[in-house]
Design a protein around this ligand. Structure first.
Ligand SMILES: NC(=O)c1ccc[n+]([C@@H]2O[C@H](COP(=O)([O-])OP(=O)(O)OC[C@H]3O[C@@H](n4cnc5c(N)ncnc54)[C@H](OP(=O)(O)O)[C@@H]3O)[C@@H](O)[C@H]2O)c1
Length: 244
């Protein structure tokens, strides 16, 4: 069957690289840009220039379900997530930030996409960008909701790939997550110093991945996946897949 990809979170740092790589590899790609995206037209223009199709479906179960049906994807990428900084920005602009939570965005929107995917007879591959440390019992809500999503994906009948990176950052990262960028630069420095004296394990596990590197790893994992795949990838495996 011809590969056809649908990307949720296409406008994010990782999502943008995924769309760029998929289209460069001549894979038919639908990039989802939410209906109320503040920079929606700019993103539409950019994705069109790559050769992607665009969907501006609203985050309503019926619209997402129609999108998934119409797109008929063989691969679905779910790369959504909010940050506390986003919530603060919304509140500072006098907008409604109450719904900008890990539960409402990272978990519930991803589960909406999962449910729509599970409704297809064709059982597309569901590729979920989670995080190192994701666990239903975690105390941090960010990691807990990711654990919940991972569990629901595992319980679904869909073949899946779950990626658990550490920091995702690079010089090309728009500064929507400045603290992560600073944290990554500091920890990458310390990890490189350890690797230089022969302790390579911590670097392989914890060093940051760039958006493009992660995109390459996720797409390679999707290519390798079969109809019964149930794969969880930590940074060393993602790094290896990205390197080809
Ligand atoms: N950054 C890291 O170091 C790191 C590490 C491990 C895991 N992760 C996780 O990996 C995923 C992708 O990371 P990233 O850094 O590529 O993310 P990002 O650049 O922050 O992009 C986040 C995506 O989520 C969407 N989103 C955010 N708030 C939304 C809302 N209210 N309604 C609908 N969509 C919304 C954004 O859409 P708009 O552009 O329309 O706002 C964007 O497409 C996230 O789940 C993140 O938590 C990140």
């Amino acid at each position: 069957m011809k590969t056809r990809a649908l990307v949720f979170g296409a406008t994010g740092y990782t999502g943008h690289h995924i769309v760029q790589r998929l289209t460069a590899g001549s894979i038919a790609t639908v990039a989802h840009v939410r209906a109320d995206s503040p920079r929606g037209e700019e993103w539409e223009g950019r994705f069109r220039s790559y050769g992607a199709e665009i969907s501006r479906a609203s985050w309503e179960a019926s619209e997402i379900s129609s999108l998934v049906k119409d797109a008929a994807p063989t691969w679905i990428f779910a790369l959504l997530g909010t940050t506390r900084a986003r919530k603060k920005d919304l509140l500072a602009r006098g907008e409604d930030g109450a719904q900008e939570t890990y539960e409402a965005i990272d978990r519930d929107l991803t589960l909406m996409a999962l449910e729509a995917a599970a409704g297809l007879d064709s059982r597309p591959l569901f590729v979920y960008l989670s995080s190192l440390g994701a666990n239903v019992s975690a105390r941090l809500p960010y990691l807990k909701v990711r654990g919940e999503v991972e569990r629901r994906i595992a319980e679904s009948a869909l073949p899946h790939v779950i990626a658990q990176p550490g920091f995702i950052t690079g010089a090309d990262r728009p500064e929507s997550r400045p603290m992560e960028r600073v944290g990554a630069v500091l920890s990458d420095g310390a990890l490189s110093a350890l690797a230089a004296v022969g302790l390579r394990g911590p670097h392989a596990k914890w060093a940051s991945l760039s958006g493009d590197q992660l995109a390459a790893g996720l797409i390679a994992a999707a290519r390798d996946a079969g109809s019964e795949s149930s794969t969880t990838l930590e940074p060393p495996a993602l790094r290896q897949l990205a390197a080809g």
